[in-house]
Design a protein around this ligand. Structure first.
Ligand SMILES: [Zn+2]
Ligand SMILES: [Zn+2]
Length: 260
């Protein structure tokens, strides 16, 4: 794994180039924005590469020794990095809170009986969605106290020796997830999750189908956006289920021949 090629920058890239490349790729591969199964792994790699190449000391060590100089254990969460880099870009006195994220698209497949395809029909489609808890508004720690493990700093600094090289690395506290606070009581309504899992049902109208497959896109009907971002889309693939010829009655065969 070569950090430079992960970010698509040359070995003499400036720190601005590296930041720009990170932003572009992180926006593209953030799992909340990109539903493809490889996105999360790719997002982690981008984050790891950025954490090393954006720090002049780490970059120097990396340039000398390559990837083996680093232990993934002491990297920050890719999501924290994303937040902090993106927030830096929007730095304005009014800016507060996490950046809005678009909800994920949901793709469902509906098998359409032949008869329904000929005359049109309505179908119910369902999927699960997370909604922010209405009691705690997504902040389930009602009361907090200073984390006993890190003393409220949220991070540990560690000295690591790798051959002749000493490195000071920052490790996020596992006791408090880097926040410096531990909850002493949690929202009962969402059992401390900050959100609920709910089942969303939509009725989708299908007109007569003239092709065996039809895709209907319902904008904004997919999973809900986070932090005020827009919802994803609901994509329904209608696929006509052809009956086996031997199961058909004479009458049905006649109808098939007529429309065929
Ligand atoms: Zn709650
Ligand atoms: Zn802590």
């Amino acid at each position: 794994m070569d950090y430079y090629s992960i970010l698509g920058v040359s070995h003499d890239a400036s720190s601005e180039d590296i930041k720009r490349a990170y932003r572009r790729l992180a926006m593209e591969y953030h799992p909340d924005r990109n539903p493809s199964p490889e996105a999360e792994e790719k997002f982690k790699q981008i984050s790891e590469a950025y954490q090393v190449l954006s720090d002049p000391d780490k970059r120097r060590v990396y340039d000398r020794g390559g990837h083996s100089m680093f232990d993934f254990d002491f990297f920050h969460s890719p999501f924290d990095i994303f937040e902090s880099v993106m927030r830096g870009r929007n730095r304005s006195p009014r800016y507060q809170g996490p950046i809005p994220m678009r909800g994920q698209n949901v793709q469902v497949r509906v098998d359409v009986p032949l008869y329904s395809a000929i005359v049109g029909s309505k179908f119910k489609v369902a999927f699960e969605d997370t909604v922010v808890c209405e009691v705690c508004n997504g902040n389930p720690a009602i009361t907090t106290s200073t984390c006993q493990i890190c003393g409220g700093r949220g991070v540990f600094m560690e000295e690591r020796r790798d051959g002749p090289v000493f490195m000071r690395v920052q490790r996020g506290c596992h006791g408090c997830n880097g926040t410096g606070l531990t909850p002493t009581s949690l929202c009962i309504n969402c059992k401390g999750q900050g959100f609920h899992l709910i089942k969303i049902e939509h009725e989708v109208v299908l007109d007569k189908m003239s092709d065996p497959i039809r895709q209907v896109v319902l904008p904004g009907q997919g999973r809900s956006g986070k932090h005020g971002g827009p919802n994803g889309d609901l994509i329904v693939d209608f696929i006509v289920k052809m009956p086996k010829l031997e199961d058909l009655t004479k009458k049905q065969l006649e109808i098939l021949r007529e429309i065929g």
